[in-house]
Design a protein around this ligand. Structure first.
Ligand code: PLP
Length: 364
């Protein structure tokens, strides 16, 4: 039995008629940039998340960068980011000319440690970017309390956490502004790059929209120096076709997590459930001291896996200039050696999960 890490083909097969129609509508209309597909997606996605404004853009990396720009963050400013994330979270801080300050994670939760956030604050700190990593909500209430105390902005990176919730409220609605990625493998994925910024603040929303469209308020009215970061109409149309299924997919991901919880042996460290925190299970991440042996067994059996991420951000080559030292991020350093992402996608069967678990139980 082969088990892929994700199976986008299975998803396409299940909703082929919707997708094919969405694509052919755009091609027939030959309207490839902007238009009603994009504006409707923005309306539908913001309604789905429970927020006032959504600005569709080219990808999830641009989304964070434009959120930072719209907040006026730039040279001389510091932005606090977690030591483990996809590099975008930190990289965009450099792109706008500011300085990313890395903070360690909470050992069993894999999200930024609010206590250490407070310790990292200086006179130059302007914002915190909590990441809802793997689909697990970060401790937003504590992060927001610190932000309020020190008058900092909060930008939620929701790229892995569409529909993750805290006490019934979607992530992305807690901070000043939040960003999503619709990269194909994300919980809501386009058929290419796509992203979005959401906020309840109309001024911030307008600013992000202008930044992503050459600073234009309307055509040829360039109010500021922006850039091009628009979502393709084709991608918007595909995302609109997929959005009605997102809830079912999230339910399925949670079912898969329950199966793993049932079939994996006691000794395997599994994702922690926190009361009131609804995980979106973009990734199902376990910890094992025998990762090398286990991944070799996965390779032999044709089981897909991932490591998210093998090197804490302060230690990737591009960030060595910051001079962090071994031991500065004990949790992130330990995690990066032990974490392993198991296959999880809505269409995976209980038999497949059982099989993956049996290999983990034997070798992990
Ligand atoms: C995927 C991802 C991004 C970037 O999204 P892209 O659409 O690939 O640019 C940012 N942050 C996190 C945590 C991600 O997983």
């Amino acid at each position: 039995m082969k088990v892929p890490f994700v199976d986008l083909k299975a998803q396409y097969d299940a909703i082929k008629a919707d997708i094919d129609e969405a694509i052919s509508d755009v091609i027939t209309a030959t309207n490839f940039i902007g238009g009603v597909q994009v504006s409707q997606f923005e309306k539908e996605f913001s309604k789905y998340i429970g927020i006032e404004h959504c600005i569709a853009c080219a990808n999830g990396t641009d989304a964070i960068e434009m959120a930072l720009s719209a907040l006026g963050i730039g040279a001389g400013d510091e932005v606090i980011v977690p030591a483990i994330s996809w590099i975008s979270t930190a990289e965009v801080v450099n792109t706008v000319g500011a300085d990313p300050i890395f903070v360690d994670l909470i050992e069993r939760e894999y999200t930024i440690d609010p206590k250490q956030v407070e310790d990292a604050i200086t006179d130059n700190t302007k914002a915190i970017i909590p990441v809802h990593l793997y689909g697990a909500p970060a401790r937003m209430h504590e992060v927001l309390a610190i932000a309020k105390k020190y008058d900092l902005y909060v930008i939620e990176d929701c790229a892995q956490a569409h529909q993750a919730q805290i006490n019934g409220q979607n992530v992305g609605t807690f901070g000043d502004i939040a960003t999503f990625s619709f990269y194909p493998g994300k919980n809501l994925g386009a058929y290419g790059d796509a992203g979005g910024v959401v906020t309840n603040d109309p001024h911030l929303a307008e600013k992000v929209k202008m930044i992503g469209n050459h600073g234009q308020l309307k055509k040829h009215d360039h109010r500021l120096l922006g850039r091009n970061s628009r979502m393709d109409t084709l991608q918007a149309s595909i995302l609109r076709a997929k959005l009605p299924y997102l809830n079912d997919w999230t339910v399925s991901r949670n079912q898969v997590a329950l199966w793993y919880g049932r079939y994996l042996k006691e000794e395997i460290v599994k994702p922690k459930s926190i009361e009131g925190f609804e995980h979106a299970y973009h990734l199902y991440v376990i910890r094992t001291k025998h990762r090398e042996v286990l991944t070799r067994a996965f390779d032999e059996h044709g089981i897909g896996y991932g490591i998210h991420y093998p090197i804490p951000l302060p230690f990737v080559k591009a960030y060595l200039y910051k001079g962090y030292e071994k031991g500065d991020f004990p949790v992130a350093e330990r995690l990066s050696k032990e974490i392993l992402s198991l296959p999880v996608f809505p269409e995976i069967s209980e038999e497949q999960v059982k099989f993956v678990a049996s290999v983990v139980n034997e070798m992990g």
